[in-house]
Design a protein around this ligand. Sequence first.
Ligand SMILES: [Zn+2]
Length: 397
Amino acid sequence: MRKFLVFAIIIAIIPFYSNAKEDKISEMLSQVDGKILYGYVETIQNFGEHPTGSEACEKVGEFLFNEFKSFGLNVEYFEWKNGGYEGKNIIATLPGEDNSTVIISAHYDSYPTSPGADDDGSGIACLLMIAKIISNYEFKHTIKFVAFSGEEQGMLGSQVYVKYLYENGEDVIADINVDTVAHTESKEGGELIRVLSDEASLWITDIAEEMSYKYDIGLSLFRHGNFPAGDHQSFIDYGYEAVFFVEYDFNTNMHTPNDTVEHINITYLKKVCRLMLATLANIADKEFHMRIRFAEPKIGSVYINNREIFKINKNEAIVIGRINALVVPLENEELRRVEFYFDGKLKGFKYELPCEYEYRDRAFFKHEIKAVAIGNERDICRMNVFVMNFLPPGPPH
Ligand SMILES: [Zn+2]
């Protein structure tokens, strides 16, 4: 009888918990304000052209630092040097119950001849709006708002930052990158948003899609496979999961002096901001039951016959001989099996975590290794390896 009572109470409480989460998101979504978003985009474009390394870029950075600070977030500069450039990323943190982190990112540098209202003043405006709202709430996971510079020169600021996260063993659950999201030219364009995601990051896209329907946001997702269009790629290179959001209609003003607020559709930007907010908030409270990562080989290390010899400034592992992989769990509930893939081809299985696996393919140059952990939930981890393996292929194992 008592067991039944406890059971009945749990069943009775569950809907309140899930409703609380939904109400929290609805409540936050109602605070997204088109006028405020427009004001942010206008402020950013009024700094004029603000390419990485310019005084205007420095000023935009200071503006962002102070805005994030005014929301009560912990804000810091992350200084970087890369490819002959230097700059600062701005990192604003809302601590969660745990140190697993969900990141939402955009870039605040503009193309050299452009005031950058859409690219990427619009993404930065979303980050500020979301930070302003979300800073009044509490979440299970830590949330970071990251404004990168150096994007237009080849994701320079994000490369250094993500390398830092990786080398410090930071547990990044996901990165949502918002880049150029405020221009439409057609009815269709006003109802669609493009999203780039690789296989391992598809779950983020799925959540965004679910959020769009659930909260009637009025945006459908136009899905692409991944390509290195922006700062999300730095996360993918280091084995993290990341997606890239961009407007559906191409903005011909992009990277020109005409990328100004006059060409911004604020109704569209507001929809995008609501979608980003709901997606971020959902992930930040999500409980994960299966998450894995490669602990070996390490990105940025050179291995010869299974021994880590030295470090190198590359965003892949370099392996002479066979690749020895070690998969470790971050969350591990009810594992059934771990599958190992080489360039998308299934090579073998293991049945517990953590586990080691030796890739026995004779292979040269750049390849992808992937592990898929399957339980009640599934998770994928992947990474690139530059391999030189002259050894004959061994039997499957
Ligand atoms: Zn951009």
